[in-house]
Design a protein around this ligand. Sequence first.
Ligand SMILES: [Zn+2]
Length: 464
Amino acid sequence: MDLYAPFVRHVVAPLHALYEGNPIYSILRELEQTQWLSPEELRRRQWEKLERMVRHAGDRCPFYRERFAAAGLDPARFTLEDFQRLPALTKADIRKETPRLQAEGMQDVRIRQGRTGGSTSVPLEFVVDERSAQRKGACALRHNAWAGWHPGDKVAMVWGATDVDSTFKLRMRNLILDRRFALDTLRLDEAMMHDFARRMRSEQPRVVYGHSHSTYILACFMKKHGYAAPTVKTVVSTSTVLADVERAEIENMFQCKVFDRYGCEEVSLISSECDRHEGMHINLDHLFVEFLQNGRPVGPGECGEIHLTDLTNVAMPFLRYKVEDAGTPTAHVCSCGRGMPMMEKVQGRVADFIVTPDGRVIFGVSILDNFTAKFMGLERVQIIQDVIDHLIVKIVRGEGFDEKVVRGFQDRIPEFFGKEMRYDLEFVDEIPREISGKYRFTISKIPNPFQEAAGRAIGRTPPA
Ligand SMILES: [Zn+2]
């Protein structure tokens, strides 16, 4: 029984926030109430925030003044249709127009610098004002609570480049307040995995939090080496698409439910699962989320490119930001009773799409779920499409690998990718990670509608 956890939750954490002048817990209380409002009331409030943000952007940002004029949008009075005429804000816009995107006259507002980068190798820099960052932090706490994770719970993190122990101050903070220990996914090797598995047993964390795929890799490793899982109450996965097979493996290892969430560095939490696991609730307190195909909104159940309008960051407004992910809105009303709308799986974040010679576009994660997951004995697979009708299938052999697997591949590749697809199997000792520490399951050099999305840097949702 960890008696220190409730002490942190009820005493240390609120006192620390008070000391820092951070209203995160009062914002959290507000968010815990508003989540039960009706969808209509939440939408009404969201629209009010959107109107305020558009007026603010028109008043303070030269970039948007021009955009609004060109799109014929009057920030003082506009409809949804007017707003939808506004061109998307692209990553190229942000890189090129950073100074003109930042609001003028904000000298008295404290700001935080943000940066995201990674697999695209083109870093994106932005700023977030302190108040917005606090609201984002409170929102993450709300979603943590959905998963049963409260301040003070000891957390095992599976994460790239954490800084929990980098300075004396951070070490003290971590010991007293954050209570995290991490498996650094930037430098994984067998010895580190063994150390982490043993540490989990001695530290007995209550929460596992990490990149979806890396957490899955950890669960597989623990299973393979016969490690008993600590008694955790929840696993929270983020940053990469959580495939069904990964969820099953993680839940089986840790004997609890996985709470998947979706976010990015630029706007923080976008959506997350509640305890009903019927899809992800969209964080409409802080965001206006659009799903578009060729610039038009898609209907429920249809996949669209995700565009985000941040309703709180006044230092650098993001209006209709094309985040380069795709997702599916749904009309499903969650049985939990929360009024926040739902979306289904996010696509496009760990793998490229494969374009087949017969004109189909197959998402890499679907290949993972529906093709390679059918074969036992594979440690890792990476499929590289170098030309339209050729695949290089890199395979790291695992336990139980034999000739049957090879024959299985030979049989199923034409079935899955079409008869015109040629292929070479390459057996390798390892498949290198992306610079972010994550694996990219499929790489395609063939342009397709989601090519840019598939290759994007995956934003790290800051741990709250
Ligand atoms: Zn729900």
